[in-house]
Design a binder for this molecule. Structure first.
Ligand SMILES: Nc1ncnc2c1ncn2[C@@H]1O[C@H](COP(=O)(O)OP(=O)(O)OP(=O)(O)O)[C@@H](O)[C@H]1O
Ligand SMILES: [Mg+2]
Length: 426
């Protein structure tokens, strides 16, 4: 069997200024086994380093599936073919075979295989090279974020496969690029592990979608390692890595995209949005874009203290609410300041609010810091629960800290759905 995988021209995550992850993911065929596979890079004149680095994980996957691989480079040696060389990705097979080897690219285009502590330190050293000319707070802050993502890849994204009868660890990868003109630092941490949804399900039971699981993973004290099934699984994780790093990203005026399975969640300085992708990544990758400013008005130490305090209040409020048999939703933490994602509201409603209604629990929805929540969002979240509760909705649903406009919209939804029901009953 012969299969050809073509890297198209303009290969990357962005299409006409918008993120289009499906463009990058649709080229991969994950089901090829025991075949001759040609990876054709000849057509690709322009590409993005982070997207091209995903091909390294793909090649490892093909190798684990017992394929024989040939890569075709362009005749002029330019474009993706050149990027591949600069990243040292030509060493993909040696790096897979030998834990001591890593990619030997040019210093400005680091690509690192992540399997163990030395690889971890190697990546941190390479990141420091980029940030050393900037504010020292940047150095510390970015190092912190990268460390959390690398720990996650090492702890939760590990993958082992038999290759030529030897059990092998498939490494995760990290790649950085500094776009000098725009003064942006982009980096990716990617793995081919079980994915966030499957990992979290060890503690939380089934999720409907990958997106929902990713959103859950961003909350404080949510960890797939809290499993009670296996008493020997280590429980060293506090479940705060993604909570802290995503909040730091917001403050840095940066963007974080998390892709796992077919779920995509985007953390931006103003909101958290997500959606379902058409194609999937079997594992997890996190892409970060930071606009570097020479002046950074941020102190990592005090920011961390502040975030830990936020996490603590959220958790103690949640615990308190729990003990009062109440469900608490802190809208900002789950949906961001601009709570507009109707699909996410529907999954939250189905997963948490409706079961709470069934169980006779009451709930509190806290709109603190939320700038806007349009009618369609609030209606997706609340109309059905209100309908089911009828008049009891006034007692069971408590709205906290809502700005007037949101308050009025909710009152309107209340009236509308309770009135509906009354007339149905007549
Ligand atoms: N790369 C990944 N692959 C699979 N699951 C992941 C990955 N990254 C995160 N997760 C899931 O999301 C959960 C939350 O991650 P987070 O970093 O917030 O907490 P943690 O790693 O469990 O604990 P801590 O980071 O505090 O040590 C993880 O426990 C895991 O279930
Ligand atoms: Mg973690």
């Amino acid at each position: 069997m012969l299969a050809t995988i073509t890297m198209p021209d303009h290969y990357g995550f962005i299409d006409h200024d918008v993120y289009a992850f499906d463009n990058a993911l649709k080229v991969f065929d994950w089901n090829i086994r025991s075949s001759e596979v040609v990876i054709d890079m000849t057509e690709c004149e322009t590409a993005n380093y982070q997207a091209v680095s995903l091909f390294v994980l793909y090649l490892w996957h093909l190798r684990a599936n017992d394929n024989h691989i040939t890569i075709r480079f362009s005749a002029n040696g330019k474009g993706a073919s050149q990027m591949w060389r600069w990243m040292g990705a030509t060493g993909w097979s040696q790096v897979l075979n030998d834990d001591q080897q890593n990619f030997r690219g040019t210093p400005t285009k680091p690509l690192i295989a992540l399997r163990n502590k030395p690889d971890f330190e190697n990546a941190i050293t390479k990141l420091d090279v980029y940030t050393k000319d900037f504010n020292v707070e940047y150095e510390k802050t970015l190092r912190y974020v990268l460390s959390e993502l690398m720990y996650n890849a090492l702890e939760h994204g590990k993958r082992f496969r038999k290759i030529l009868n030897h059990e092998k660890q498939i490494p995760s990868i990290i790649g950085f690029t500094w776009y000098k003109l725009r003064n942006e630092l982009h980096f990716i941490v990617a793995d081919s592990g079980i994915g966030i949804k499957t990992h979290l399900e060890q503690s939380f039971g089934p999720f409907d979608t990958d997106e929902e699981a990713i959103r859950m993973a961003l909350r404080p004290q949510v960890s797939g390692t809290f499993s009670t099934k296996d008493p020997y699984v280590s429980k060293d994780n506090a479940g705060v890595g993604l909570f802290l790093s995503s909040n730091i990203i917001k403050r840095l005026n940066a963007d974080m995209h998390i892709v796992s399975g077919n779920g995509l969640v985007h953390v931006s300085p103003i909101d958290i949005t997500g959606r379902k992708l058409k194609y999937e990544w079997p594992g997890t990758f996190v892409l970060i874009k930071v606009r570097l400013a020479h002046q950074l008005d941020l102190n990592l130490h005090s920011l961390m203290a502040e975030l830990r305090a936020t996490a603590k209040t959220e958790l103690s409020e949640a615990e308190q609410a729990e003990s009062l048999n109440r469900l608490l939703l802190v809208v900002e933490n789950y949906f961001g300041k601009h709570a507009e994602d109707k699909g996410a509201a529907i999954s939250y409603r189905d997963r948490y609010i409706l079961p709470a209604v069934e169980a006779g629990r009451s709930f509190q929805i806290d709109f603190k810091n939320v700038k806007n929540a349009p009618h369609s969002f609030l209606s997706a979240l609340l109309a059905t629960p209100i309908k089911r509760l009828g008049m009891r909705a006034f007692k069971k649903i408590k709205i906290l800290n809502a700005p007037t406009e949101i308050r009025e919209t909710i009152d309107y939804i209340m009236d509308e759905n309770i009135a509906d029901q009354n007339s149905e009953n007549e």
